[in-house]
Design a protein around this ligand. Structure first.
Ligand code: SF4
Ligand code: SF4
Length: 178
């Protein structure tokens, strides 16, 4: 008798679950017809952003490259006539990238940022290698107000020593001598 009750109970539970879903809309989202909006801080395609004044943020410090656990970032540092460092070339091999975000965490200038854009798979592995011109964008990304050169104390032709936010003018230490 107990077994019969268990069988009937299982059948009723199954039919109830089926009937419950007959009148609901489909749960499946058809991709690519529907693209679910992802949170702004989702980690996918990487970009190189610019300062609020439109200048390249990347100072080719190699910190992102050092932090990358799969060694997929490489670059060559250079310096422009204003005394400002930049990457002469900058390359990311997306075929190896695991989208961990450590490069973004390491970057002192907020230049390198991960975005929610995930549609860049390709069957040709060589097409997954992105050069600087593929990565560089003309906006500030997630940090619209941050300008490394306003705070860093690194002198260039625009902001000399003592000309940065909260920076005091340089002191001639010889004047402090007894
Ligand atoms: S997201 Fe991770 S794996 Fe990809 S480039 Fe940055 S540090 Fe390297
Ligand atoms: S992207 Fe950032 S961490 Fe990487 S080299 Fe440029 S400034 Fe340095």
């Amino acid at each position: 008798m107990k077994e019969l009750f268990l069988v009937v109970h299982s059948l009723c539970t199954g039919f109830y679950t089926t009937l419950k879903h007959i009148f609901r809309g489909p749960a499946t989202e058809l991709y690519p017809e529907y693209k679910r909006p992802l949170p702004a801080r989702s980690r996918a395609r990487i970009i190189l952003t610019v300062d609020p004044d439109g200048r390249e943020r990347c100072v080719a410090c190699y910190l992102c490259s050092a932090a990358c656990p799969v060694d997929c970032i490489s670059m060559q540092a250079a310096e422009n006539p204003e005394g400002r460092r930049y990457a002469a070339w900058f390359r990311i091999n997306f075929g190896r990238c695991i989208y961990c975000g450590l490069c973004e965490e390491a970057c002192p200038t907020a230049a390198i940022q991960l975005t929610p854009s995930f549609e860049h798979a390709d069957r040709d592995i060589l097409k997954m290698v992105a050069e600087k011109e593929d990565l560089q964008v003309d906006h500030c990304g997630k940090d619209p107000n941050y300008n490394f050169y306003d705070h860093a104390g690194v002198a260039d032709a625009i902001r000399p020593k003592g000309g940065h936010i909260n920076e005091s003018p340089p002191v001639n230490v010889r004047t402090n001598m007894p």
